[in-house]
Design a protein. Structure first.
Length: 418
């Protein structure tokens, strides 16, 4: 037994709630179970009940055992002084509050439907990555779509918190945060940490100032990446000499080349190629955050970035050049531009920008990775990035943590089975 299940049982009153008796023998009628509280403090707020002939209003706290109240240190916590009902699976010791009064207690051990409990155990006991995989086909399309959209927005809200942390770190310089997020996204997972480390060593203002000097940008990025420490004949001597000049001018130090992952990747994903595409994007003046906010249509931005990269290709050391593909751009938009735009909209109270961020996600083709393929294999194929981002969040924050009772899909499937 766990508190998650007991909170679910109380929230939806999924127990024999007729002719209830407290452990003291007094009659209990639940008039309103309370508002489920996901923050600190009691589990349910503003509960309303009748005990014998008196109406009680206050908080309800849920525990597996009565003694958990003491073990959790609630006795002297002012947040719990207003608890008027203690709901437990097992009453193993009387509960006396800070004022020395006995708190009414309801024991659920003999009131829970064993078949419903068994179905819940099947969910959380599933070995696979999706606890309800065997029953996903029972979920109506409209419920699937609504929940995935909610999950995508929840993921954006999580990213909002991370963006705000970066903004606080950089004194709310939106250009600086955009530079960090752009560089990280260019790493495409395997090298995102390395790209972020390089970005943090270079002031975005330097890159924007020198955006029309490709040799200088190449020298600074490649040098800071530690690539000149290798016996690599691919970089022209001119670029290496420029970096030596920049080291003296900017007082920078190159990073460890060991940060970079190079094995088992397609040529288009090589760090030096992605770095060249980054240089091309910067050369087009796209470090200017306000310039990006003026773009209302994502197709227009995609076309502009493709043209910019095609016009200013960067050598990968062997005279080869690679244009940036639509999938790569979509990943940059999904992981950097859209989260920061959503954050800007929330921060500045501009609903048009938060709506634009979500609309852009709906216009981008679905992602293809091992998590989205897992959902597709179980009949939940994402139609666009909004849905695949929802799948990623649902899998990571709910399925992997077996939070079935906080998931609308899990709740409804358990309801239907009961």
């Amino acid at each position: 037994m766990n508190e998650d299940y007991l909170q679910y049982i109380w929230r939806f009153q999924r127990f024999q709630n007729l002719d209830l008796r407290l452990t003291s023998g007094r009659n209990l009628v639940v008039m309103f179970q309370g508002h489920w509280n996901k923050q600190s403090g009691p589990d349910f707020l503003e509960s309303r009940m009748r005990i014998d002939k008196e109406v009680w209003i206050g908080s309800t706290e849920i525990h597996v055992k009565s003694s958990d109240w003491r073990r959790h240190g609630h006795a002297q916590d002012p947040a719990y002084f207003n608890v008027v009902l203690h709901v437990v699976y097992e009453d193993d010791e009387p509960l006396v509050n800070h004022a020395g009064q006995q708190v009414p207690t309801l024991e659920l051990k003999n009131l829970i439907d064993p078949e419903h409990l068994n179905e819940y155990h099947k969910f959380v006991g599933t070995v696979g990555q999706l606890p309800c995989a065997a029953r996903l086909s029972e979920v109506p399309d409209i419920s699937r779509q609504a929940w995935l959209h909610r999950m995508a927005v929840e993921r954006l809200e999580d990213r909002y918190a991370k963006c705000m942390s970066l903004l606080n770190e950089h004194q709310f310089d939106w250009n600086a945060v955009w530079w960090l997020m752009l560089c990280r996204s260019v790493g495409f997972g395997i090298n995102q940490e390395a790209f972020e480390v390089v970005a943090r060593s270079i002031d975005w203002k330097w890159m924007d100032r020198w955006r029309h000097q490709p040799v200088r940008m190449e020298a600074l990025l490649a040098g800071q990446s530690g690539w000149f420490n290798l016996e690599d004949p691919g970089f022209p001597q001119e670029v290496k000499q420029e970096y030596l000049h920049l080291v003296k001018l900017l007082k920078v130090k190159p990073l460890m080349e060991a940060l970079w992952q190079r094995g088992r990747m397609k040529p288009a994903n090589r760090p030096v190629v992605r770095m060249g595409q980054l240089i091309a994007i910067v050369s087009g003046g796209w470090l200017n955050w306000n310039k990006l906010l003026e773009i209302e249509d994502l197709a227009t931005l995609r076309k502009a970035w493709k043209a910019t990269v095609a016009a200013k290709l960067f050598s990968d050391g062997k005279g080869r050049t690679i244009v940036v593909g639509s999938k790569a751009l979509d990943l940059i938009f999904t992981n950097a531009l859209i989260p920061l735009m959503f954050t800007y909209g929330q921060y500045s109270n501009r609903a048009d920008l938060t709506d634009r961020a979500i609309a852009w996600m709906e216009s981008i083709a679905p992602e293809d990775n091992h998590i989205t393929r897992l959902w597709s294999a179980n009949g939940w194929k994402g139609e666009n990035v909004l849905e695949t981002q929802g799948q990623l969040h649902l899998h990571r924050s709910y399925c992997c943590q077996k939070k079935c009772l906080s998931c609308l899909i899990g709740i409804n499937l358990l309801k239907d089975k009961a």
